[in-house]
Design a protein around this ligand. Sequence first.
Ligand SMILES: *Cc1c(COP(=O)(O)O)cnc(C)c1O
Length: 424
Amino acid sequence: MAKVPFLTKEKAEEIIKTYPTPFHIYDEKGIRDNVKALIEAFSWNKGYKEYFAVKATPNPFLMQILQEYGCGCDCSSMTELMLSEAIGAVGDDIMFSSNDTTLEEFEFCNNLGGIINLDDITHIDLVEKACGALPKKMSCRYNPGGVFILTNGIMDNPGDAKYGMTKDQIIDAYSIMKEKGVEEFGLHAFLASNTVTNEYYPELARVLFELAVEINEKTGVKISFINLSGGIGIPYTPDQESNDIFKIGEGVHKVFDEVLVPNGLGDVKLCTELGRYMMGPYGALVTTAINEKHTHKEYIGVDACAVNLMRPAIYGAYHHITVLGKENDPLSCTYDVTGSLCENCDKFAIDRNLPKIDKGDILFIHDAGAHGFSMGYNYNGKLKSAELLLKEDGTVKLIRRAETPKDYFATFDCFDIYKKLVKE
Ligand SMILES: *Cc1c(COP(=O)(O)O)cnc(C)c1O
């Protein structure tokens, strides 16, 4: 399926007059339509709630859009908790699915009333120490180990993942937590990432639902909420087919009726912690071609680099590129599309067939809305770009300004050299 950018060349040119490239831009309509469909797909479950994985796109203005639909925030660090607090998402609106957590983070989350999702059995003691006593409502993260193979052949490797507890540990953890006065219990697992299949959630649900039944039998603990976590993926390549969220919702419903209902657990509330699925397709990195180079290969240099979107550099991830205004041109050239970092992995595309690109052409790099801006860093002293929101009425709102050298140097502000750096 052809990937269609949510900006035309004309619109991009208009935006660039105010906000020079590179920038990230998000499509409000896409975000809203998608969250509405997700909630509809799980509306059969009373109490269903999506906790947006803040790490995917930690921008309060985007988080607030999801909040309008009742979404909470899935956090795993202090600053993510602070973002949630700032938009008024506290208490049951916070799921804290962290790992390798500090006492300060547990304490901060507990002060906000957030739900702590324990990554390890040893963290029971840590939470007690950090918070004085265990909160009344807690959750645990499960890791079944081994290899998780979906019936369609997709696999992931939980046995190699640092997250979660073994079955024996998690069963012990619930017994201990119950003894220590916890009253409401959740169960969580994240077994495969970026799955482009309607089977992942139902098969994960079966693992968790069966475990909830076993926990109930072995410890008397009744799990009241089950967190299917993240992992629903998006089609990064044009040949992949999108997930059908309604099929996914129905698939989970079927397993729910099959496993939980007959075991007296039909009132379990489901939650999800989706990040990529909520924002990925609705964000793009927009960049201008500024150089071309003909050596052993054909290179197009753009004004963005891996600092703005590092997935291609670190995982060799594919991000589709549309040259705006040349949507219908033949793919007559083969390019490496590069940024300016002094790292050869700084390439948005390698040997990609694209229309002939001229200097000044605007490139729309698709599916950068999740794990895009947020993964950014400052290598080579590169500055992070602005984030813009394309509103439903067609206007554009700045939702994060671009970094300036002053931001980059800010952590020298307690030294004399700072004055020279920022020429104050
Ligand atoms: C990263 C993460 C998510 C979100 O994952 P996506 O693949 O973006 O949906 C959810 N929960 C936890 C604990 C995570 O670490």
